[in-house]
Design a binder for this molecule. Structure first.
Ligand SMILES: [Zn+2]
Length: 318
């Protein structure tokens, strides 16, 4: 698949940074702090988005805050950079399992209709089905080394691009490279996002689960959601994904936000290249993971009580 190298190089670094699993020093904030007091990109005033109610373990009804039981484990499947292979190979699997996910979009790829990535029409369709379409800036800069003006342009502009192209009230954001600091958080907040994901923080290792095992619900800082990118430098293996979910469930539950990138298909022309990319997952492996999650509490399934929800469902963004 022909990817834009400039963005691609950035993404490669992004994921390496995320792979370190380094827990950054988060600045505690209160959930009661207004999302924005001087936003240049206010939340959309369009009617609230509605999505069809589906059955199964994966889908909650929209606009109805869901209560999670103490000790419950909620898994969020998050996809970075909106690659077309996510649309081709993981979206059908999610649909067949009645599950939704979160997609973080680098809007320059959509604006320029690059082959790497999903179109706005595809993203709009995903949101209409109940998926969470979030921002990942226009050009994927490291916000911790950008000037405030540059950061605002890239973060607010990326959110505005999504709104202009049919995405209703984007609430989720992922920091490019997972790079987070208080200044970046301030920009993301002012641009109208409800929540933002950093790189790492769930465990020191991305192959072996360890404390704290999961994010809390609600998160310690909604603008610094921790995550895990299983395996990291090699294609994601099913036992590793299962291990992280099981470890979270066995250690008090909470919110396990999993980061995915490329989704590879064995018969695709670029399979070998896809598999060489950071944090890739084979579609059949991903499908078996969804089977396991869907069978929570049943023999051979995930631990009892495990749910799959997208980020904005857990955060009640809308
Ligand atoms: Zn990225």
């Amino acid at each position: 698949m022909n990817r834009p190298r400039s963005v691609w190089a950035a993404v490669t670094i992004c994921v390496i940074l995320a792979a370190t699993g380094i827990t950054r020093v988060f600045v505690p904030t209160s959930l009661s702090v207004p999302a924005s007091t001087s936003s240049s990109v206010p939340a959309s005033s369009r009617p609230a988005h509605t999505s069809p109610t589906t059955t199964g373990a994966g889908q909650a009804k929209p606009h109805r805050p869901e209560r999670y039981k103490p000790g419950q484990t909620v898994v969020s499947l998050t996809f970075d950079d909106a690659y077309e292979n996510q649309w081709l190979y993981s979206v059908p699997l999610l649909r067949s399992h009645h599950m939704t996910a979160t997609y973080y979009v680098i809007t320059i790829n959509e604006n320029e209709a690059r082959q790497c990535c999903m179109s706005y029409d595809q993203l709009d369709a995903l949101q209409a089905e109940g998926n969470d379409i979030g921002g990942h800036t226009i050009t994927h800069p490291n916000l911790t080394t950008s000037t405030r003006a540059q950061a605002r342009h890239d973060v607010c502009g990326g959110r505005q691009d999504l709104i202009t192209n049919g995405i209703t009230d984007p609430g989720s954001f992922a920091y490019p490279f997972g790079a987070y600091d208080a200044a970046a958080e301030g920009v993301v907040r002012q641009c109208g996002y409800t929540t933002a994901r950093v790189g790492g923080g769930v465990s020191r290792s991305n192959t072996i689960p360890g404390p704290p095992y999961a994010e809390t619900i609600p998160p310690g800082n909604p603008y610094a959601l921790t995550t895990i990118a299983p395996n990291g430098s090699q294609p994601i293996q099913l036992p590793v994904m299962k291990a992280f979910v099981s470890a979270a469930a066995a250690n008090g539950g909470g919110w396990l936000v999993i980061t995915f990138h490329d989704v590879c298909h064995a018969k695709a022309a670029d399979f070998t290249h896809c598999m060489s990319e950071y944090g890739s997952v084979v579609d059949t492996v991903f499908g078996r993971f969804l089977d396991w999650l869907q069978s929570a509490g049943q023999p051979g399934g995930a631990p009892s009580g495990v749910l799959v929800r997208n980020v904005c469902q857990v955060m009640n963004c809308h």
